[in-house]
Design a protein around this ligand. Structure first.
Ligand code: MN
Length: 477
């Protein structure tokens, strides 16, 4: 049980999963269980709670281990059961080859399953990451399908969650399978440039370290190499026009410090020895974080020989968040440097607020891909535009047709809630009951217990069948 947290339920899941897969081999020749273990270890590395790690160990036992979801529930509890169910459901959805409508319907289903519990997504991402690492053993058509799905669905998802490192790794793993010729072209084109850039960066690193020492600033300086897939995307931009000489961030520097104030002090040191590039300038994502929570200061300077160097400055904590994403992000929101326990989760790690902000992110992600030609033809997402996602005050997600009103929402939650509706608040403000809802809104229904039946005129504006049927039921009597 190396490196997995010591926990009786994890121990039990380990044995249970290992037994379920006995004798089964992966294409690589490794036992199937090695995959479950790899996924669980990754989740532990991301510092997820033990429930997620248990679910990680068990995530394939229903699909491939001959076990039922009821067995999981009775032996490991409903939380684990829900997570395994969610991951299995997502695994069944096919995005390739299916016609547009099926594709979109499946994407919609996936969003709804994921919106219920963020941990489902993280388990799915860990699962995909390990599968991508072992992709070379699979038959070619499978390789292509899985890699393409990774580029279209999972890498953007990792980005949306603020796990930038994982996004880059997933893309680079998928790149040669989806675009083999383009991949080879970029590799050949960039080889010499990478070498040169890395030499310059390591020189710059030494210069910077000396300066920090002089100024008495405690900082770590690292060189980093641009991901290949993102290099390719950049080369294709019209202003770059495949000219690699126009790309100045092949290799870059990253400065890690303890405190936010050290970030600004480091920025001062950097600009003391190298002048910032005027047109590109400094971007302060600490003062104004990106929507996915990303924080860092970026500056671009002229190095010693006039070559442009890109530098990121961040605290260790921000770095951890960028690398480990949501897990770290929410983790730090609670308490520093302790691992998460199930108890903490009950106490509010997945509190309504946090859950709400996650599902809201999911909605904006959905909007983003719906309007983006980058990852998918927008066409495929047209049908998604006919659905909206709205939330209860607790953060539960409801999937409704466009033009749905608070009354439709109330009936989607529960029949009796619909029948007793007296008013509605959207994002905290009172609205008319016929007001069409928009994706991402939080809807709160105000009830009147004395109200015995719905109003007949609601039929003039409700759009869902459920609402219509229920209102008609009462109108007849
Ligand atoms: Mn799996």
């Amino acid at each position: 049980m190396n490196k997995l947290p010591k926990d009786p339920l994890i121990q039990k899941a380990y044995v249970f999963a290992e037994k379920s897969f006995i004798g089964q081999k992966r294409f690589s020749g490794d036992p199937v269980f090695s995959h479950s273990l790899a996924v669980a270890l990754l989740l532990a590395e991301w510092r997820l709670d033990s429930t997620s790690i248990v679910a990680g160990l068990l995530h394939d036992v229903v699909e491939d281990g001959g076990k039922t979801i009821e067995q999981i529930r009775s032996q490991f509890g409903d939380q684990v059961g829900d997570l395994v169910w969610g991951v299995t459901k997502i695994g069944e959805l096919k995005f390739r080859g299916s016609d547009e409508e099926v594709f979109v319907e499946n994407l919609r289903k996936m969003l709804v399953v994921m919106a219920k519990d963020l941990r489902v997504v993280l388990i799915k991402l860990a699962d995909r990451y390990h599968n991508m690492q072992t992709l070379s053993f699979l038959p070619p058509e499978k390789q292509f399908r899985i890699a393409k799905e990774t580029l279209e669905i999972y890498a953007p998802m990792a980005e949306r969650l603020g796990i930038g490192e994982l996004k880059g790794k997933l893309e680079d793993l998928a790149f040669p399978y989806v675009y083999p010729k383009e991949h080879d072209w970029v590799v050949n084109l960039s080889q010499d440039y990478f070498q040169k850039a890395e030499k310059q960066i390591s020189q710059a690193k030494e210069d910077l370290k000396k300066e920090f020492k002089k100024e008495n600033i405690k900082a770590e300086v690292h060189g980093r190499r641009k991901h290949l897939y993102s290099l390719w995307r950049k080369l294709l931009r019209p202003e770059i026009n495949k000219d690699i000489n126009k790309i100045y961030d092949l290799a870059a520097l990253r400065i890690l410090v303890d405190e936010v104030r050290d970030c600004y002090a480091s920025l001062g040191v950097v600009h003391k020895i190298w002048k910032p590039v005027p047109a590109i300038g400094i971007r302060d994502f600490i003062a104004q974080p990106k929507p996915n929570g990303y924080r860092s200061i970026h500056t671009t300077v002229f190095g010693k020989d006039g070559r442009i160097i890109e530098i990121q400055i961040r605290t260790f904590e921000m770095h951890d968040q960028a690398e480990n994403g949501v897990a770290a992000h929410w983790h730090y929101g609670q308490q520093k440097n302790t691992s998460l326990s199930d108890k903490k989760i009950e106490q509010g790690f997945f509190a309504p607020d946090a859950k709400l902000s996650w599902v809201k992110q999911l909605v904006s992600w959905q909007k983003e891909i719906a309007g983006s030609h980058e990852y998918l033809e927008a066409l495929k997402f047209d049908a998604l535009k006919h659905r909206i996602f709205v939330f209860s005050p607790k953060g539960d997600v409801y999937d409704l047709p466009v033009d749905a009103t608070p009354i439709d929402f109330a009936y989607a939650v529960h029949t009796s809630l619909g029948d007793h509706t007296a008013g509605a608040k959207v994002d905290g403000k009172m609205v008319q009951l016929n007001e069409p809802l928009k994706s991402g809104q939080t809807v709160e229904i105000i009830i009147d217990k004395n109200k015995k039946k719905p109003s007949r005129d609601w039929l003039n504006f409700v759009v869902t069948q459920t609402a219509k049927k229920e209102i008609q039921k009462h109108s007849k009597t």
